[in-house]
Design a protein around this ligand. Structure first.
Ligand code: UDP
Ligand code: MG
Length: 321
């Protein structure tokens, strides 16, 4: 009996990508033909798009049974969109990619070949992103530096969400139930020491449309990532408190000395104001840090479902008798 081909699921998260999905599908179809001994399914996750992304995916499905659609009922964000796609993926391995063609399908045969040779995780590293400014690159570099400084786990820089995971690791990832998730971080958490390959690629510009990440969204993601993977900011808050207390004590000693021995006390108003403002700022910073963690606990303890979705699949035609 001929052996059944293994199945590879390609999970594509798409939010307002109406002009990209058809081109991506075309390029995917041209590329996957080069992979021998495997079958493919394409899981387009429509992350609550407001444009015609969903309708355009449905059109693709009409002519291609490999196209499956996970339609999220509102915009849940990129990380949750990838999670939803992963939940519905049936493959022996899953490839994650963006819908805007910044993750070129031409690297898929190489990823699949590495997997067929036994690599369980194939990551990619962006060598140069034509679409990003110098300032953005600098911010990203600083963010990873801070994240790695604070976090117990190394989190790879310039590692986009373009990767292949063996079923084993997909199942590990499905074990994480947290609402707020950063795939890169979760992956570092489960990453084996060996059996991982990294391939470099040049990310082209978006095929069409605009990036969904503005400065505020990226900053929010950065703060979330730090809070998710480290309690170090809480320790820093304690440290700030200790430093402020020591400074207050030293100042107290100085004022005492000045009053009783030098008989020349400094007029109080300026020092009081500086002290009050300084301590107020330290307290507010610490409260803010604590607030970030309490906010996370508040969201996580509810254990709400991660998303609400419909799964649209073209039923295979029944064989005629
Ligand atoms: N995306 C998504 N949900 C969102 C935001 C983005 O599914 O809420 C998708 C988006 O359609 C794209 C991928 O995530 O396929 C990466 O987003 P984008 O290209 O805007 O990010 P960038 O490449 O600029 O970092
Ligand atoms: Mg992009």
């Amino acid at each position: 009996m001929p052996q059944k081909n293994k199945l590879i699921s390609i999970v594509i998260s798409a939010y307002n990508e109406q002009d990209n999905v058809a081109e991506l599908h075309k390029q995917l179809d041209a590329t996957v033909k080069k992979c021998k001994g495997v079958d493919f399914e394409y899981i387009f996750v429509d992350d609550g798009s407001k444009d015609k992304t969903y309708e355009n995916c449905l059109k693709l499905q009409k002519s291609d049974d490999k196209v499956k659609i996970v339609q999220l009922k509102r915009n849940f964000g990129h990380e949750i969109a990838m999670t939803a796609g992963m939940d519905y993926a049936k493959g022996d391995a899953v490839i994650f990619m963006d819908a805007d063609l910044q993750h070129p399908p031409l690297y898929i045969p190489q990823m699949v070949e590495l997997w067929q040779k036994g690599k369980e995780i194939v990551l990619t590293k962006r060598l140069d992103n034509a679409d990003t400014s110098k300032l953005y690159k600098w911010c990203a570099k600083t963010f990873y530096w801070v994240l790695n400084l604070l976090s117990d786990m190394p989190i790879m820089e310039s590692a986009p969400d373009f990767r292949l995971l063996d079923r084993k690791y997909v199942d590990f990832l499905k074990g994480f139930n947290e609402q707020d998730r950063l795939f890169r971080g979760l992956l570092s958490w489960i990453m084996p020491q060996d059996n991982v390959e990294i391939i470099g690629f040049k990310a082209p510009e978006r095929f069409s449309g605009e990036s969904k990440y503005n400065f505020i969204k990226s900053l929010r993601l950065a703060v979330n990532s730090i809070v998710q993977f480290s309690v170090m900011p809480l320790r820093i808050a304690t440290g700030l408190g200790v430093v402020a207390a020591i400074m207050a004590l030293l100042m107290g000693v100085y004022v005492f000395f000045e009053h009783f021995f030098l008989h020349n006390p400094t007029p109080g108003y300026a020092t009081i104001m500086v002290t009050v403002v300084f301590l107020g700022a330290v307290q507010l910073i610490c409260l803010g840090i604590i607030g970030e963690y309490i906010g996370k606990i508040h969201m996580e303890v509810k254990k709400r479902p991660l998303y609400v979705a419909d799964y649209v699949e073209k039923k295979p035609k029944k064989e005629e008798k």
